[in-house]
Write a new protein. Structure first.
Length: 149
């Protein structure tokens, strides 16, 4: 789906800028605030998020006092992890950020009208239409083409 007017930002860029303030541990559940409403993290992701919040050490000897508490910190004080490095680490453990993102978007597009999809996620209307077409299978054009064969 690349090149169809998607949001230009890579998914790993957004992941790399997550802070510990966006993670809330409620004992029985862990939530992650990505927008207005926090999202409950399912197991085992909830446990991994807890570990990231609790593990606040890096290679830096000292940390700036005004440093944001990056969920994925860099080896450099006050900096989040480089998105490319994060992407390589995720791929090394079998997670492809682009495929995972597209699968999530496909799921959302299959449940929402294209207009709502575009407004909710900030996509251009034509991009939302493309996602809607992809999510609904081959669409009417494909059926019409098959009937003419």
């Amino acid at each position: 789906m690349e090149g169809r007017g998607e949001c230009p930002e890579r998914p790993t860029s957004r992941i790399a800028r997550l802070t510990t303030d966006q993670v809330s541990d409620h004992g029985d559940k862990v939530t992650l605030r990505l927008g207005r409403e926090p999202v409950e993290l399912p197991p085992p992701l909830d446990g991994l998020a807890r570990q990231l919040v609790q593990r606040r050490h890096g290679r830096a000897v000292t940390a700036p006092t005004e440093e944001p508490a990056w969920l994925f910190h860099s080896i450099y004080p006050g900096q989040p992890i480089d998105p490319h490095r994060l992407g390589r680490r995720l791929k090394a453990i079998g997670i492809s950020p682009r495929v995972t993102r597209n699968a999530a978007l496909m799921d959302i597009a299959s449940e929402l009208p294209a207009y709502v999809f575009s407004r909710l996620l900030g996509f251009h209307q034509s991009t939302a239409d493309n996602w809607d077409t992809e999510a609904s299978g081959f669409g009417a054009e494909y059926a019409a083409d098959l009937s003419r064969r």
